[in-house]
Design a protein around this ligand. Structure first.
Ligand SMILES: C[S@@+](CC[C@H](N)C(=O)[O-])C[C@H]1O[C@@H](n2cnc3c(N)ncnc32)[C@H](O)[C@@H]1O
Length: 172
């Protein structure tokens, strides 16, 4: 199981980007997004609405004490940071982890996170938690969840090169 941990959510500044971290995690095969910083029921609800319509059982939950939570994990932690080791050199090892939590930051990441994690870079230029997560999960999974059917979906896209087609409750 792949989990994602988004550190240091700030309101109003991170409302959209944290939602996008969650939707990217879900689309690329993670099972949940935990987050710390400011508790944001509105962001949780907007992700939950996507799950209700588009299926699956992706979860979002708030963690008030992130370092305690991360230190008590019994699965490997992969922290995405521009300071980390190049992902191409570490992916084979990481693919061997059965379960893991992938940490992305926002505001300054506490030094302790570096000490308890595999620190992995997606290039060593600064960009975005969404971009870093998408590239990492794509490399990890080979993209196998991108077109996967989600149980309980009320809406499904019918892929088309020249039209916007969807099924709602199984009807085109
Ligand atoms: C606004 S960026 C801050 C960049 C930060 N100085 C860092 O350590 O990567 C917020 C988050 O995006 C992710 N990120 C940005 N650039 C990255 C990169 N090149 N490789 C991996 N993760 C990156 C990290 O998780 C980071 O905490």
């Amino acid at each position: 199981m792949i989990g994602v941990f988004r550190l240091g959510h700030r309101l109003p500044r991170d409302e959209r980007i944290t939602t996008h971290v969650a939707l990217t995690a879900r689309a690329l095969g993670a099972s949940y997004m935990a987050y710390s910083g400011t508790h944001d029921p509105g962001m949780e609800e907007s992700v939950q609405k996507v799950v209700e319509r588009w299926g699956g059982d992706f979860k979002v939950f708030y963690v008030p004490r992130p370092m305690k939570y991360l230190k008590e994990l019994t699965v490997p932690i992969v922290h995405l940071t521009m300071y980390g080791a190049p992902f191409q050199e570490k992916m084979e090892e990481i693919k061997g982890f059965k379960d893991m939590v992938v940490v992305v930051g926002g505001e300054k990441v506490p030094g302790e996170v570096y000490q308890i994690s595999h620190n992995i870079s997606i290039g060593n230029q600064p960009h975005s938690e969404v971009a870093a997560l998408a590239i990492f999960l794509y490399e990890l999974t080979g993209g196998k969840y991108l077109y996967a059917k989600r149980p309980g979906a009320k809406i499904e896209v019918i892929p088309s090169e020249n039209k916007k087609l969807i099924k709602i409750d199984g009807e085109e």
